[in-house]
Ligand binder design. Structure first.
Ligand SMILES: *Cc1c(COP(=O)(O)O)cnc(C)c1O
Length: 375
């Protein structure tokens, strides 16, 4: 079936048409600042002060945004969140982990742990897609693996230490699409890890892991044991380099720069509360629009589990969501397609802090226009 030709009136179009869930919108101001800074930055050594200062600003900007308590460390390394799962499998799980599995991303860390021959089989608590399971304390595990926002389904969970969890058990949270857009408390978490191509409005390829003193101790203890750990994913090596504002091997300098720019922007405007409030506004707009629509509805049934950083909107079977996304794309409004493996007639829209809430409202009007034209 060919895509119908529909021209969306320019008065309806968002100022910026990027709604992808990662890589996601990079603010034009950040790109312009990168171009201005480039002559003294790009193509210079990552062991010299210019780049080390930038890495230091990334670490302190993350600390400030999340209000990390004394003793926490911001650990950086190459490879993004996917590589962090391998690093954590080697360097953070002592014997056995417990995973909440409720979509594509949350299932992957569980798979990595299950495949490791030096670990016991992990405990996995699953829930149907579109919901999240609840975590209960399990005395046989030493790490709980949670996901703040399941990007494939648009389900977010409130971060809480499992009731009855003991002091020796760590809570590690995949916050890749949540970090900087959803609220959380360091009291409930030991490792909050993410990559910068989502709420930090930068490019991919880096992992950033906020580690509590208990997590730092765990990293040190496992590194001192006789477990073999490949150097490129050794968290102790990453930790030691991060303390010196370096990475073990060469990072992408543009990625670091853009992430720092976004952190500065968020911190200067009021920090995490400000950024999360912006996401709340976008979420309120899109879910209200879907609930009022006669052809669209929020996929996540429980409003408390509906993500404020990634909205998933089901369309009535009369309207083909793929066609709607294609028409939007032809008009410069891109990456509204649903997560392919979820297999639903759905639009998936990022509501990250860089995305203007006014543009989310404009997107809703554009979808109405397209559906009116093709139905
Ligand atoms: C995007 C995403 C990942 C993968 O991140 P990479 O940096 O591409 O490895 C992992 N977990 C979640 C929740 C994500 O949204």
């Amino acid at each position: 079936m060919s895509t119908p030709t529909v021209t969306i009136p320019s008065s309806l179009l968002p100022a910026d048409g990027r709604f992808g869930c990662g890589p996601s919108k990079v603010r034009p101001e950040a790109v312009a600042a990168l171009a201005a800074a480039a002559p003294d930055l790009l193509g210079t050594s990552h062991r010299q002060p210019t780049v080390r200062n930038l890495v230091g600003r990334l670490r302190s900007g993350v600390s400030e945004l999340f209000g990390l308590p004394e003793g926490w460390e911001v650990v950086l390394g190459n490879g993004g969140s996917t590589v962090f799962w391998d690093a954590a499998t080697f360097g953070l799980i002592e014997r056995r982990s417990l995973h909440l599995s409720f979509g594509e991303f949350s299932s992957k860390f569980a798979q990595a742990a299950a495949a490791a021959p030096f670990l016991d089989d992990p405990a996995v608590i699953s829930a149907p897609t579109g919901t999240h399971p609840t975590v209960t304390a399990d005395p046989t595990v030493d790490l709980y693996a949670l996901t703040h926002n399941e990007t494939s389904t648009g389900v977010a969970m409130t971060l809480q230490r499992p009731a009855g969890a003991t002091a020796g058990q760590l809570v590690a949270v995949d916050a890749t699409s949540a970090a900087g857009g959803l609220r959380w408390s360091p009291a409930e978490v030991d490792v909050y890890y993410f990559a910068p191509q989502k709420c930090l409005a930068s490019d991919g390829g880096l992992f950033i892991a906020c580690c509590s003193p208990a997590a730092v101790q765990r990293i040190e203890r496992i590194a001192a044991s006789d477990r073999w750990i490949p150097a490129s994913i050794d968290l102790k090596i990453a930790l030691d380099n991060s303390k010196l504002d370096q990475t073990n091997n060469t990072p992408a300098l543009a990625t670091v720069f853009l992430a720092v720019h976004q952190l500065d922007w968020m911190n200067a405007n009021g920090g995490l509360e400000w950024a999360a409030s912006r996401c709340d506004r976008s979420a309120d707009t899109i879910y209200r629009w879907a609930e009022a629509s006669d052809y669209a509805s929020p996929y996540v049934a429980d409003p408390a589990q509906r993500s404020h950083v990634v909205a998933t909107i089901d369309l009535d079977e009369r309207i083909d969501a793929t066609t709607v996304s294609k028409v939007l794309r032809a008009n410069g409004v891109v990456d509204t397609e649903s997560y392919r493996k979820l297999g639903r007639n759905q639009l998936r829209i990022a509501l990250f802090p860089a995305i203007d809430p006014e543009d989310v409202a404009a997107l809703c009007a554009c979808v109405d226009h397209v559906v009116g034209a093709i139905a």
